[in-house]
Each structure stands twice: as C-alpha cells, then as structure tokens.
Design a protein around this ligand. Structure first.
Ligand code: EAX
Length: 325
C-alpha cells in the first residue's frame, strides 16, 4: 500500500544520504616525523600516505606532520603515547627511554648487512620486539630504516678508534648511544635532531648518521671528515597509538598494517639503492672519506657494552643474547 511504499522510499533516501555522508567524511590520520621532505622517514611516510589513500579509495587520508612541527622525536613519542598523534615513524635511538629492550637492535656491529637486518627484523625476533612496545602505549607496525650510521667530524680523519679520543660527539637522546661513544673514547652529548647549528658553531666536533642524512641536512657544509664506520644499524620503528589502534575496526587495522609494511619495504629499498649515490655526492661536495677504517679496533671496544648496566635488566639481557646468537 501507499503508506508502506512511502515509508520504504523515505528509508531508502535516508540510507543513501547517510552513505554519502560517510563517503565524504574521510578519516584523517595524523602521522608525525621529525625530519624534512626527502629524508628517509619522509619517503616512508609519503609512501604510506599514498598507499592508504589508494587502498581505502580515499576514505582514509594520512596527514603528515614533519620538519619538527610536532617537536623532537621524544616529543612525538609522548604525543603518540597520549593519543594526541595517531602514528609516527621514529628513529630507534630515542625509543629506548620508553621501551628499554629496543636498544638491543642498535647494539654496535650487530647486523652484518641489510639482508641480515631484514631477516631478523621481519622475523620472529622483530615481531617480539614490536610486541614489547605495547607496554608503553604503542602499537608497533613495521621497521623502516635510517640505515647504517657513520661517524663525521670537523677535527681530524678518523681511521682507528684511537682517533676518536676526546672528540665531542653529538648522539641521539639515548643512554645506549651515549655509553657507546664514551666507551669508544669520545665525549658524547645527547641532543635532539636537528644539529646543524651546533656543528656550525663548533659546540660539538662531530656526529654520526647514515649517508642520506648527511646529504639531506647538508652536514657536508660543516663536517670535513667522514669515516665509514657503519657502527650501528639505525632502524625506524613505525608505530600507532595503542589506544587509537584498538578503537579501529579490524578491516581498517588490516589495511593500515599492510600499507605500513609495504611502505617500509619500499623505503628500505629506496635507501639502499641510494647509498652509493649519496656517498658520491658527499665526496663531490668536499668531504674527505676514510672508506676502510680499522673496524676491528672499534668492535673490540664496543664489545664492552655487553657487560654494562644498560644491558643488565633481565628482559633486555635475554633479548640481547637472542639477537647476538
Ligand atoms: O634521521 O637524530 C638522529 O641522529 C636521527 O638519525 C635523525 O633523526 C635523522
């Protein structure tokens, strides 16, 4: 009858309007990084943003906050923890204040090469590490990378660990990185990124970072000497706020987790394909490169870290033993 038909068409229109409303009100995800466009973190963030837009057919949009607009990496971690920012891509260094076990991944000379880093971080040990983040309020999704870190300074060429003696080196805000450089004979100062001005003004003599960072941040302008130490594999951890993550429907979690994994794999490849190119650009820009330093002298000293207090906590110790074996 007419009344029923009227009711049905009102219902149909209502459903259409609601559906249209939903389609236009895209979910916005806020993702924070400390670095600038062109950086390793940005390459991953940008890929993630594009994959999410494509795979959600525009119903989810990722908005990138970068170049320090949310403060330091430590600040961003706090904001993710408090659910003021949804997601972030953070260099492993500043993480260990929040989750002590993760410093194991940054143990000096732990990974021989990129393939080994992938095998371990994409495998059960990596997953175990990501699950540790939940205690601190983070959902760990994937590992992307900054790359292997190398020492630069403006004082002298560094060929053996003895040459490090007394250099004022900026390190990330991480107790482990500070201990490492103390052990190697330097005078380390933890500072948040970026550090161009401090290098320029000579407050510090040197720093350590992957080649892409030296290029993107123009550190060749203020650092003469580069030594290919590759002492630490610098992973990024790609995270979400755990509270926010748990509030998402599982289909969305699945889409985001897969997109972040794919973005991380893409970004690692990008990083690796560009290593030689960055090295050549740094040389052309005037950096003097020690390509074959006496790494055994560095390794011998760095080994001491195993016996230090920073690895004494039982969970951290147990994980370190697993990673080293
Ligand atoms: O990605 O703080 C650091 O040294 C990091 O490597 C920096 O965020 C560049």
């Amino acid at each position: 009858n007419a009344l029923l038909r009227l009711c049905l068409s009102v219902l149909a229109v209502t459903i259409l309007v609601l559906a249209a409303g939903n389609a236009t009100a895209a979910r916005i995800i806020r993702l924070g990084i400390v670095t600038t466009p062109g950086s390793a973190q940005y390459i991953c963030a940008e890929k993630f943003r594009d994959l999410v837009a494509e795979r959600s057919q525009g119903s989810t949009q990722v908005k990138l906050f970068h170049s320090g607009s949310l403060g330091s990496e430590t600040d961003i971690l706090q904001q993710v923890q408090m659910n003021a920012v949804d997601m972030a891509i953070i260099t492993l260094g500043p993480f260990d204040t929040f989750v002590p076990e993760v410093k194991v991944i940054s143990f000096p000379f732990l990974f021989r090469d990129h393939e080994q880093a992938d095998e371990i971080l994409d495998g059960p040990l990596g997953r175990e590490m990501l699950s540790k983040l939940e205690r601190a309020g983070f959902k760990g999704l994937a590992f992307s990378e900054n790359g292997f870190r190398n020492l630069t300074n403006d004082t002298r060429p560094v060929t053996t660990v003895d040459d490090v003696h007394g250099l004022k080196i900026r390190v990330m805000e991480s107790a482990m990185h500070k201990e490492l450089w103390k052990t190697l004979g330097a005078n380390p100062t933890p500072m948040a990124w970026p550090i161009y001005t401090e290098l320029q003004q000579g407050t510090i003599d040197g720093q350590e970072n992957p080649l892409s960072v030296l290029w993107v941040y123009k550190l060749y302008e203020v650092q003469k000497h580069l030594t290919l130490t590759g002492h630490v594999y610098s992973a990024h951890i790609d995270i979400a706020s755990l509270v926010w993550w748990k509030s998402l429907p599982s289909v969305d979690q699945e889409l985001l987790a897969t997109a972040m994994h794919d973005a991380a794999v893409y970004q690692r490849q990008w990083n690796r394909q560009n290593v030689v190119g960055f090295l050549n650009k740094l040389k052309a820009a005037g950096m003097e490169v020690v390509s074959n330093p006496d790494l055994s002298s560095f390794k011998a000293q760095a080994e001491e870290l195993k016996h230090m207090d920073i690895f004494a906590e039982p969970n951290t110790r147990a994980l370190l033993d697993k990673f080293l074996n």
